[in-house]
Design a protein around this ligand. Structure first.
Ligand SMILES: NC(=O)c1ccc[n+]([C@@H]2O[C@H](COP(=O)([O-])OP(=O)(O)OC[C@H]3O[C@@H](n4cnc5c(N)ncnc54)[C@H](O)[C@@H]3O)[C@@H](O)[C@H]2O)c1
Length: 363
């Protein structure tokens, strides 16, 4: 069992515990971060069906009375008003008090939804994240962003709200679908480019199968990812500047996700393809990356983007709508070199060429 302290700009810290088959350690962790004898649970429905027994056992070790449990069906559609209202109604109708923690168990959808509910209830009750997808472990459970979606767009209603603690047990990752694995792996590769080349090299030395089967490797990669994300958000909790570098590959990726109506590409596949385009754009602006290194992961992904080849104008139009773009043009996160990210308003010609090269690489 390893533990990191994540610091927020408000000078507060919270612990992130990472282990494999580590339920027996949960009561000590719980007593340190909360000690409450009651809680409300928000849990992903699929996680409940796959790991309900082990999670119930873990919570029972703390003698916790669960006042109310809300199950969140799989899928982005759950991150909306309906479930937010049900969580709030259920918690208030079952005796939640200002100091009653909300424990959120699942991937980024459950984390964002349950975290936002915790931030709204009584102007903020304690929040504990128990992420169960790789993406939630290396990304969404760290940094304090919570949200639901609106018909106008993703994550448009939300709050910055930090948890009291985050508990990660890699035993639960074993049941993840391959697509959900690579969602998380794309973010880990991203940390290699924007912050620490060693993380990238470590992943490059292994096959996906090896990473999935070696808990120690997995824990090490998660620990390094948490450290990198925590360092970046600590310097910029409310996303005024530096935090933008976490979007490396994402602006290109979001445009491809949107053009495929969020059905053609999984988020992690779009981010992977987006990073290839972002590297090409970085090289056009003077960097000297071997794009081949990133392309060597191509087999992990099932990326079908050939049908976007003749639709670059539409992709650029979608990038202009990105909330990070400005009146002056499309703002991209690029890299001068390993661990030297920067944000730049980027010429449309550069973006067009980067897309063309991406399509050649992945055709
Ligand atoms: N708050 C942030 O900073 C932040 C950062 C990145 C992404 N996000 C958000 O995160 C969401 C994506 O997160 P995600 O990729 O975890 O998706 P998700 O929560 O939809 O989970 C993916 C799938 O895995 C299933 N699942 C969860 N745990 C499992 C397990 N242990 N075994 C088997 N199946 C399991 C879920 O039921 C779901 O079908 C998006 O809504 C995105 O906006 C938030």
């Amino acid at each position: 069992m390893e533990e990191l302290q994540v610091e927020t700009t408000q000078g507060e810290t919270y612990p992130v515990a990472i282990g494999d088959h580590c339920s027996e350690g949960f009561p000590a962790f719980w007593n340190r971060i909360s000690g409450s004898s009651k809680a409300v649970v928000v849990i992903d429905e699929r996680v409940k069906s796959l790991h309900g027994d082990s999670i119930t056992h873990m919570l029972s070790l703390c003698d916790l009375e669960i006042l109310y449990e809300h199950q969140v069906p799989s899928g982005e559609a759950s991150k909306g008003w309906e479930h937010l209202r049900d969580i709030i109604d259920g918690a208030l109708n079952h005796g939640l008090l200002r100091n009653t923690p909300v424990i959120v168990i699942g991937g980024g959808v459950t984390g964002d939804l349950g975290g936002f509910a915790a931030s709204c209830l009584m102007r903020g009750v304690p929040l504990i994240h128990i992420p169960t997808t790789l993406l939630a472990m290396v990304d969404s459970s760290i940094g304090g962003k919570t949200a639901i979606n609106h018909t106008r767009g993703k994550n448009l209603v939300g709050a910055f709200y930090q948890p009291q603690g985050v508990w990660m047990d890699t035993q639960w990752l074993k049941t993840l679908e391959k697509r959900d694995w690579v969602n998380g792996m794309s973010e880990i590769l991203k940390y290699g480019y924007i912050a620490d080349r060693k993380v990238f090299d470590q992943v490059a030395d292994l096959s996906l199968q090896e990473i999935r089967q070696q808990p120690d490797t997995m824990i090490d990669l998660i620990r390094q990812s948490v450290r990198i994300k925590a360092e970046i958000v600590n310097q910029d909790t409310k996303e005024k500047g530096l935090r933008a570098v976490l979007n490396f590959g994402h602006t290109f990726g979001h445009a491809m996700e949107a053009l495929g109506d969020y059905g053609d590409l999984a988020h992690g596949e779009a981010v992977y393809a987006g990073m290839i385009a972002a590297l090409e754009a970085s090289n056009i602006r003077g960097a000297r990356f071997e794009v081949q290194k990133l392309l060597s992961f191509k087999d992990w992904y099932d990326i079908r983007i050939n049908h976007f080849k003749d639709r670059i104008d539409e992709l650029i139009a979608l990038m202009k709508q990105d909330k990070k773009s400005t009146e002056n043009g499309i703002r991209l996160v690029l890299v001068h070199d390993w661990a030297r990210p920067y944000v730049a308003v980027t010429d449309e010609g550069v973006i067009r060429t980067s897309f063309q090269r991406l399509f050649e690489h992945l055709s």
